[in-house]
Design a protein around this ligand. Structure first.
Ligand code: SF4
Length: 739
């Protein structure tokens, strides 16, 4: 008799955390649909959710470790793999020091509870300063901005648009209708965006492309790539000039207001209009509307981050929110109060610039080195040169700027180990690949995204299928390699894990919120034997809704969260500015020197002539990361990796719809099919990222059948946002001609 069941879980393919009902028949996933009883997503899903099934059944997905040989990859046992990885890493560390081993973490890792909680175990064991991750590709400006202004580690102080109550939403450099929100966890982004206007509010989109969000907006304005900071500072200018500055909840909690006024004085709407491509009168009108709205939020994301002035644009966006009185106001931007406060387990104070990257001297941010420096740190000889890398679920050879140089760097390493389930354009360079189970085989809890959510939510995500008996999850991989690096091989995994739990508990109780609770009591009462679940149980129980290990019997623990398979709605965001600010002065730093000192660079840019054509990226509904390109359900339909060009540019450059264009930048060139569309601003062309498959040695049959072109052959790691070190991915100067 077949075993049919429905499993409720969270979709792992983007930040929106939609609830899924997965239909299982014996050892097959036979259906994926939206969970109508999920209080947050209410049945909404997008096409990517079906990828859960495709990924689980994908014959290209690795199930066992593989080792590179002269004849290709061969399967090996986990014990062989651990032995070889540990011995090679230890040899490199002993000869060249800990910084010779780098790590790079990709974004799928953040959906894996075990990986989130145990990655620090591996990183502590390594003791290396050569830490890179995907946030250092596209989020570093936000990390720097929120860290310097609020004094807290990322993402503990990220103001989230309270979209469900907002009367006015200004979206700049973001396309939440397709991305489904980033640093703003919200299922059903299209529905939530439409609801703003349906209840009489206004949705204004500012973007070089008439994006899918722009198409449902009240109004859309083209803006030249890289000019967002100037546009937003002109709004700040108008607020001061028209005596509209109001601080609301932040009234007695800010410093540096005069310095902001001084900076903004130089950015009148008239002085930035030509640079931005938006008329001064329109900028003033938007400023007045933001100021007059009952509640309003300014939201910027990728387009405001991965550009020449990413930190300044992120800063100016926050200033607009603060100076219109919308910080910590319902309908404005607010802070989530998560049920599992991961910040309890680490210091939580922001830090940057404690050391600098070895080759080009860019500052570390929260221990991360900008990913734009990764290739040079590998390729440049000298003390501290990175000679081995541990890659964790990343296809950096397609997602990082100047990817040809990244591939060259990976191919020159003494040792490369990848924790991944595909042999893709990056992992084909690995010596060993350690495959963790597919998302459908993992249970967990979206700790990072419930820190960034537009409502307070707690939900357990159940595994739809059991992993194979000999599978190793990421937390086990990190723990095993970490314990070998620390010389703890003699301890059994249980003893190592007990040490990990005690470390977490010691850190979590250090803030004194539960003075009568001891580490021993946590250790005795926490539920679970080993692994991430018992750490999560501890976090939930000491969290703001927790049971305090019996002290608040009605409070949450992991058992109660598990017993609510559709999730628990803990209500709308609540004001909590006081307990978020972590600066030494206890005030929000409105004018951090890092930003103010970077303003002359922006002014110099405004004074220079603009380039003829610049390249920007774009998101597609069916594509998150390059691994979704190997899933048949998501690869159907029209060609999506195309160069979008405006009609005016097509005419003057001699491009025709359906033809091909040769696109050339300082670092590379490619040929792409052309689509002419008036959704694009003249002077701007657009390619999606993550494509460029069919490289030799990969095992991606579906992706290799529709390879597309790699936009990061064109992006330049030496063009970067100075304040954060983030490479420019949007706004790369290119020449375009018929091919
Ligand atoms: S919006 Fe994101 S979380 Fe929701 S179904 Fe789509 S990919 Fe999954």
């Amino acid at each position: 008799m077949s075993d049919k069941r429905s499993v409720h879980r969270v979709c792992p393919f983007c930040e929106a955390t939609c609830g899924l009902t997965v239909e299982v028949d014996d050892d097959a996933i036979v259906g994926v649909r939206g969970d109508r009883d999920d209080p947050f997503s209410k049945g909404f899903i997008c096409p990517k959710a079906y990828g859960l099934k495709g990924l689980y059944h994908d014959p290209d997905r690795l199930r066992r470790p593989v080792r590179r040989t002269a004849d290709g990859f061969e399967e090996i046992s986990w014990e062989e793999a651990y032995d070889e990885v540990a011995s090679r890493l230890i040899a490199i560390r002993d000869e060249h020091g800990p910084d010779a081993i780098g790590t790079y973490t990709g974004n799928p890792i953040v959906h894996d509870l075990g990986a989130v909680l145990y990655r620090p175990v591996l990183q502590r064991a390594l003791g290396s300063r050569s830490l890179f991750n995907s946030a250092a590709i596209d989020t570093l400006p936000k990390i720097v901005q929120t860290g310097l202004m609020f004094g807290r580690s990322f993402p503990l102080a990220v103001p989230i648009p309270d979209i469900d109550r907002s009367d006015y939403l200004l979206v700049i450099g973001a396309n939440p209708a397709v991305s489904h929100g980033s640093l703003m966890t919200m299922p059903d982004a299209p529905g939530r965006l439409k609801a703003v206007t349906e209840r009489g509010g206004k949705l204004v989109v500012v973007d070089p492309r008439r994006s899918e969000t722009a198409q449902i907006a009240s109004e859309h304005h083209f803006i030249r790539p890289g000019s967002d900071a100037a546009f937003l500072l002109a709004i700040v200018h108008t607020l001061f000039e028209e005596d509209r500055v109001t601080l609301g909840a932040a009234e007695d909690l800010v410093e540096g207001l005069d310095d902001v006024q001084e900076v903004a004085r130089e950015f009148s709407p008239e002085s930035v209009a030509e640079h931005c491509g938006i008329e001064a009168a329109e900028i003033r009108r938007i400023a007045r509307e933001l100021s007059d709205a009952e509640s309003a939020a300014c939201y910027g994301r990728l387009g405001t981050c991965v550009q020449e002035f990413g930190t300044l644009a992120s800063w100016a966006c926050e200033l607009v929110n603060i100076l219109t009185g919308n910080l910590d106001r319902p309908g404005g931007v607010m802070f989530t109060r998560p049920a599992a406060p991961i910040d309890a387990a680490f210091d939580g104070r922001f830090a940057m610039g404690r050391w600098h990257s070895r080759v080009s001297g860019r500052p570390e941010v929260e221990g991360l080195i900008p990913s734009s420096t990764m290739a040079e740190e590998i390729l440049t000889e000298g003390p501290g040169q990175v000679r081995a890398m541990i890659l964790m679920m990343t296809n950096a050879a397609r997602s990082a700027a100047n990817s040809e140089r990244i591939e060259e760097a990976f191919s020159r390493l003494d040792f490369l180990v990848a924790i991944d389930f595909y042999i893709n354009e990056t992992t084909r360079h690995a010596d060993i690949i350690l495959p963790t189970p597919s998302p459908a085989e993992l249970s967990g809890y979206e700790v990072p995204f419930y820190l960034l959510s537009v409502r307070n939510i707690a939900k357990w995500s159940s595994a739809a299928m059991p992993p194979p008996d000999d599978a190793q999850e990421a937390w086990q991989v990190f723990s095993r390699i970490g314990s070998r690096l620390m010389g703890l091989d003699a301890l059994d995994p249980q003893a190592v894990d007990d040490l990990v739990l005690r470390q977490f508990a010691t850190a979590a109780l250090a803030d004194g919120a539960w003075p009568e609770l001891s580490v021993d009591e946590v250790f005795d009462k926490v539920e679970g034997d080993i692994g991430p679940d018992r750490i999560l149980d501890m976090l939930l129980r000491i969290g703001p809704y927790g049971d305090g290990f019996g002290r608040k019997p009605d409070g949450l623990n992991l058992r109660k969260v598990r017993e609510a398979p559709h999730g628990i709605d803990l209500g709308p965001l609540q004001p909590r500015l006081d307990d978020v600010i972590g600066t030494e002065s206890g005030r929000i730093a409105l004018a951090p020197p890092t930003m103010v000192d970077d303003v002359p660079r922006l002014q110099a840019r405004m004074a220079r002539p603009r380039e003829d054509v610049v390249l920007i990226g774009r998101r597609d509904m069916r594509s998150t990361n390059s691994f979704t390109h190997n899933l048949p359900a998501l690869m159907k339909g029209r060609e999506r990796c195309v160069l979008q060009v405006s009609p005016a540019d097509a005419e003057r450059l001699g491009l025709v719809p359906g033809g091909a264009a040769r696109v050339t930048s300082r670092v590379g060139k490619l040929v792409a099919p052309v689509v002419v569309t008036d959704d694009l601003m003249p002077g701007v062309v657009s390619l999606p990222h993550g494509w460029g498959h069919a490289a030799s040695g990969t095992r991606l049959e579906v992706a290799n059948g529709r390879p597309g072109v790699n936009a990061n052959l064109l992006t330049d790691n030496e063009a970067y946002d100075v304040a954060s070190g983030t490479a420019v991915l949007f706004g790369t100067p290119v020449s375009v001609e018929p091919a």
